[in-house]
Design a protein around this ligand. Structure first.
Ligand code: NAD
Length: 500
């Protein structure tokens, strides 16, 4: 695989990379039962990366059967928390040891800069796995307050077989957010990665086996959403679905549950997060820098990107000037160069969706203050400039719908009440941010914002220790933190009578 600017050593490594797109079921690499595959292309240049197994219902059935058998004989669930911890720790170490390979696969598969895959995606994945491993032998159950005639135990038990369905924007991290708590708790998992980014999930499963996770406990079925994904969501022997993806498919997950066995569904969905800058913010330029960094990171393909920048009228000029300075740091470049800060959009379809929204914004009367075009088309890759709209109104389509690309809009507001009303006027409620030097205002607005996470005078500072998820149509589950165990465990009461 070569591109016109192939001076980075990562190009040589990419050229010699051999991909294996077969399924991972019961500890083995296998083709799809009917032998079907699909071609995977790299967003960096449109060239082929390899063939990937096109899993169907029969493959999901085999993976769920393997997962169920592993759960039933308690080869994993029956191990002590301490023993499970050791395996997860070892797995985390193996992920770190495979950092370069995993990072390269991630970048070639979905387009993000190699420096980000190396510094963020792989270490965060390893950290997540280790963190849940570390947690699991420190969790205690409860004894309820009862009379002397009873002993009431409230315990958490592994649920059984978990279906994990994840998107392409952070393939490793999104998988790890499901796998960490689900596996640490003792469940078996069938993971369906996105058809747009299947490779790292398959390697993750091989590394888990190498670390000592028994065969059958973690299976990966690649394929399309309407085939493999739907078969998993409709399966009668899957106990819960941990889904991360679009709000549209999140609805389908709930319908699949209703149409099958009423399995638990935990949805982590889209966003249109508000970023509110008051004129009393200590440093308006710092706010602009944080906004640009958060929206343009990962090519704007982040569920929590704060794409609605609500800025108090009198500081709009100062904010815009700082944004204009900052945006130049995010000009798309070769993702295999370590200096690149913005890579390629995941595929041609995503690029045309993003460009379509940019045209829509112009048609609705917003002005492009920066960007707006496809660039680097000579590489054959899917690159779009970081794009800033000014003069946006909250009722415009570009302010209401998730674009999932490097596009932000600046919406002026007059006062606190208007800012809060605009921020909450969205079907989404994933994250929000408030910038003010007045602690009472910051608290008041943070309380009023309908969002799963509210950042104050920063954006994106984050840790595995805190929950991640949304209000409203941004979903119902919470990934990360100890709260994620709630999703993959059943709560049991055992009431023992104690005779006098
Ligand atoms: P998507 O909904 O199109 O696909 C997500 C996954 O669902 C993929 O694996 C896909 O193959 C599968 N799928 C598609 N149709 C299906 C069906 N009918 N049945 C079962 N599975 C099906 O989303 P995407 O384009 O991959 O990802 C982008 C979306 O993910 C954005 O909306 C983004 O906001 C969201 N996201 C949310 C979070 C969060 O934590 N809230 C994190 C990352 C991404």
């Amino acid at each position: 695989m070569t591109t016109p600017d192939s001076t980075s050593p990562w190009h040589a490594r990419a050229a010699s990379l051999v991909t294996d797109g077969r399924l991972f079921i019961n500890g083995e690499r296998v083709p799809a039962k009917d032998g079907q595959t699909f071609e995977k292309h790299s967003p960096l240049n449109g060239l082929g990366l390899g063939t990937v197994a096109r899993g169907q219902k029969a493959d999901i059935d085999a993976a769920v059967a393997a997962a169920r058998a592993a759960f039933a004989d308690r080869r994993w669930a029956g191990q002590s928390p301490k023993a499970r911890k050791k395996v997860l720790q070892r797995w985390s170490e193996l992920v770190l040891a495979a950092r370069d390979e995993l990072a390269l696969l991630e970048t070639l598969d979905m387009g993000k800069p190699i420096s980000h895959s190396l510094a963020v995606d792989v270490p965060a994945t390893a950290n997540c796995i280790a963190w849940y491993g570390e947690a699991v032998d420190k969790l205690y159950d409860e004894i309820a307050p009862t009379a002397d005639t009873a002993l009431a135990l409230i315990t958490r038990e592994a649920m059984g077989v978990i279906g994990a369905i994840v998107p392409w924007n952070y393939p490793l991290i999104m998988a790890a957010w499901k796998l960490g708590p689900a596996l640490a708790a003792g469940n078996s998992v069938v993971l369906k990665p996105s058809e747009k980014s299947p490779y790292t999930a398959l390697r993750l499963a091989e590394l888990a086996l190498e670390a000592g996770l028994p065969a059958g406990v973690f299976n990966v079925v690649t394929g399309y959403g309407h085939e493999a994904g739907e078969a998993l969501a409709l399966h009668m022997d899957v106990d819960a679905i941990g889904f991360t993806g679009s709000t549209r498919i999140g609805r389908r997950m709930l319908a699949c549950s209703a149409e099958s066995n009423l399995k638990r569904v935990y949805n982590e969905l889209g966003g249109k997060s508000a970023f509110v800058v008051f004129n009393d913010a200590k440093d308006v330029a710092a706010a602009a820098r944080a906004a640009a960094g958060s929206v343009f990171y990962n090519q704007g393909e982040s569920c929590n990107a704060p794409t609605r920048l609500l800025v108090q009228q009198d500081v709009v000029p100062e904010f815009m000037a700082a944004l204009q300075d900052e945006v130049r740091k995010y000009l798309p470049g070769d993702p295999l160069q370590e200096s690149t800060e913005m890579g390629a959009l995941v595929d041609a379809g995503q690029m045309s969706t993003v460009l379509g929204y940019i045209h829509q914004g112009q048609a609705e009367g917003a002005n492009i203050a920066f960007g707006g075009r496809r660039v680097r088309s000579e590489t054959g890759g899917y690159f779009v400039e970081p794009t800033i709209f000014e003069g946006v109104r909250n009722d415009m389509k570009i302010a209401r719908e998730e674009i999932f690309g490097p596009v932000l809009g600046v919406i002026p507001f007059a006062n606190e009440a208007e800012a809060l009303a605009l921020a909450n006027d969205s079907v989404y409620g994933l994250q929000a941010s408030v910038w003010s030097s007045q602690i009472d205002r910051a608290h008041r607005v943070a309380r009023g914002l309908k969002a799963g996470t509210v950042h104050v005078n920063q954006y994106d500072e984050d840790d595995i220790t805190v929950p991640f998820g949304g209000y409203k149509q941004s979903g119902n589950g919470r990934d990360k933190s100890l709260h994620a165990f709630d999703k993959y465990t059943e709560l049991k009461t055992t009431w023992l009578r104690i005779d006098a």
